[in-house]
Design a protein around this ligand. Structure first.
Ligand SMILES: Cc1cc2nc3c(=O)[nH]c(=O)nc-3n(C[C@H](O)[C@H](O)[C@H](O)COP(=O)(O)OP(=O)(O)OC[C@H]3O[C@@H](n4cnc5c(N)ncnc54)[C@H](O)[C@@H]3O)c2cc1C
Length: 291
């Protein structure tokens, strides 16, 4: 299929890009990696009249630690995450997810910001960011606002982004000592979207119990899901088999998947439980220094 016709804009600054979004409103779409937008345009699901390509804006491709926060710029690609020592050493949960997204060709272009901004519950980064307690910086005509990721996903393919806003940065608190995370994804074949997937991040206290936990679910409902009941349940507990199993039950209860060509809903729910247990177990191993 061939996309409809559109006007193509190449701003060289965020303010120029915002001005274009203000001018064209709902008729404009940001283009980052293009690996979700272009397929949707080819299927005519999206028919923007104006494409605002932000790839020419310098200085948006950073991954850095600043004031106890990891900052990921809007033009950081999946492949940048894969090759970052900072991500590998401090955020194995992000490295797990990035490696499982599509194939190297897609990962060379697709951005983390685009993955979140698209608002697709089947994308892998939303659940990871929910587990990590991330925030996103949205820059628009009224300036910058910082939105907790737990408030960012509104509905299927709908986020808190206003028509004149760009997701310019992802912020994640640096994990304290004795923290670890993991992402477990079930897919039909390598590089496919998840049947379901689970992100888990834990911090252990001095006696090895769970001080805090973050859990996010991929493709388990109309939006990415933060499993707050399991997070609260795990606080202060030893991560033994019975506790992990109960956390899995709570994640399964929070999930609301539909049956589709990938799998029936019952199977998906059962797998949410099992992948929650596995992700938590791996996260705890990593928190103790293992891999
Ligand atoms: C074959 C294939 C397999 C894939 N498999 C997976 C997978 O397994 N897991 C997975 O998570 N993803 C997968 N994807 C999706 C891929 O990761 C996308 O590229 C990603 O979801 C969107 O990022 P992007 O940079 O390409 O965004 P784009 O396609 O450029 O944009 C997507 C949407 O977000 C908006 N947008 C983009 N950037 C911004 C921004 N900075 N601020 C505001 N709005 C913005 C756009 O206007 C558009 O509406 C796959 C894609 C392909 C083609």
């Amino acid at each position: 299929m061939i996309p409809g016709s559109f006007e193509y804009h190449t701003p060289s600054s965020i303010s120029d890009a915002v001005a274009l979004l203000q001018q064209y409103g709902e008729e404009a779409k940001i283009l980052s990696g293009g690996h979700s937008l272009v397929p949707m345009m080819k299927l005519r699901i999206a028919e923007p009249e104006h494409i605002v390509d932000i790839n020419g804006i310098a200085g948006l491709d950073y991954i850095k630690e600043e004031g106890g926060v990891l900052k990921i710029g809007a033009l950081v690609r999946e492949s940048d995450l894969e090759h970052s020592d900072l991500i590998a050493s401090k955020f194995p949960i992000i490295a797990d997810a990035a490696k499982l997204i599509a194939d190297p060709l897609v990962r060379n272009r697709a951005t983390v910001a685009g993955n979140l901004a698209h608002g697709d519950p089947a994308n892998d980064h939303p659940a990871v960011m929910l587990a990590l307690g991330a925030e996103v910086v949205l820059t628009g005509g009224s300036g910058e606002r910082v939105v907790p990721i737990s408030e960012f996903f509104v509905d299927l393919l709908e986020t808190a982004l206003k028509p004149d806003e760009i997701l310019t940065e992802v912020r994640i608190p640096m994990p304290p000592a004795n923290s670890g995370g993991a992402y477990f994804k079930i897919e039909r074949r390598v590089g496919d979207f998840a049947i379901i997937a689970v992100a888990a991040q834990v911090t252990l206290d001095a006696s090895g119990n769970c001080a805090s936990a973050g859990i996010g679910l991929t493709n388990s409902g109309p939006t990415p899901i933060k499993v707050t009941a399991a997070e609260a349940y795990l606080a202060g507990k030893a991560l033994d088999d019975a506790t992990l199993s109960e956390a899995g039950n709570l994640a399964e209860a929070a999930s609301d998947p539909t049956s589709d060509t990938r799998a029936p809903a019952e199977y998906k729910k059962a797998m949410v439980k099992q992948m929650t247990i596995r992700a938590l177990r791996r996260a705890a191993e990593r928190a103790k220094g293992g891999n």
